[in-house]
Design a binder for this molecule. Sequence first.
Ligand code: ARG
Length: 455
Amino acid sequence: MSSKLWGGRFTQPTDKFVEEFTASIEFDQRLYRYDIQGSKAHAEMLGRQRIIAPEEAQQIIAGLDAILEDIEAGKVEFSVALEDIHMNIEARLIERIGAVGGKLHTGRSRNDQVALDIRLYLRDEIDSILDYLHALEKALISQAQANLDVIMPGFTHLQTAQPVLYSHHMLAYREMIARDISRLQDLRVRFNFLPLGAGALAGTTFAIDREWVAEQLGFAGVTRNSLDSVSDRDFALEFCSFASILMMHLSRLSEELIIWSSADFNFIELSDAFCTGSSIMPQKKNPDVPELVRGKTGRVYGNLMSMLTLMKSLPLAYNKDMQEDKEPLFDTIDTIKGSLKIFADMIAQMQVRADNMRLAAARGFSTATDVADYCVRKGLPFRQAHEVVGKTVRYCVENGKDIPDLTLDEFRSFSDLIDADIYDFVTLEASVNARKATGGTAREAVERELARLSK
Ligand code: ARG
């Protein structure tokens, strides 16, 4: 029984399948660096507090450093019999430095240990995810800058609505990513507290110094309730919510890129590097990357659902159920990192077909609202103006004309408020540039926004 660190109470060995079934080492080994980082800070604190001898603490720390090196060199084979990363490392420590290694776990439990490890890990991942988000944000801004004047149809209900600048459209996604960034920064602040010291659930009988450990590990402070400390996974849930919202944004952009790169729209050209061909249809160039990102949104939502369901109704404090928090969290992190990385590169290399966008923007009576606004400025109440232009559009449809093609007489047959200057208002440029107020699509409004963002 001696191979199990908790074997003392048991007289029979664990069933082999139960061992495999309950083990988490296969997936939680990715926490090794954080487990060692946390253990080193804990050991040093135990030495400083004279809970163990300072020399013992130093021995433990040196042993942990050596184990870290071994793991990074690929020299460590983890054991399923040792259940998880925490016990694999501890058992190896004891093997390496002898019985003194057994002092590391003083005043600590795996429950507060794992709560610490996930926080350290997630904090690190968040920092690299923030870098990816910033890169995507930059790519969107450069697309806007490089194509500032390109006019495209703006849609509602996927029906041509009003002309907008493509740069304005790109900056709409920049807004979403900026909110994602702020959500992520926000949740990081909320969980950046040290749970270690909660012990199994009630705290510890040793005179530990949690504040010192918190400072060593870069936490803003310590958690305030031991029961909550070992059973709180809100931070992982918040992260999965953030990730779901981010993927929702990426899936919307994906959908647009897919539609825009179709032969029917032909608004953009994705770089060949992000597309694949068909094994049967020689003409095909499929937008696989945006399709896959759109598809991967499903698993990230699923991970959020798993986590919420996992935590639902769990009594305080720790329950083994919570071991199931890791795979959805890890998968979410891997998925959004991959999606963000590939998106930033793809957006940066995307080519715009300005002429096709413009042609499409001119179709669909996209300047109808401008005619209505014109009549309003001449004194007609908006509802009546709406009616006038509705009839004008119907006339255009029936006669195969577009609004700017109408003669002045034709215009005036709908309202005698319309004069020759109407033609100044129904060009695509006039329509776009009339929307100058902050947040509008006018060139000057978008330029102001770009200038603000470059600060
Ligand atoms: N592998 C466990 C987990 O991830 C570590 C905590 C185990 N605690 C326990 N009391 N069995 O949740």
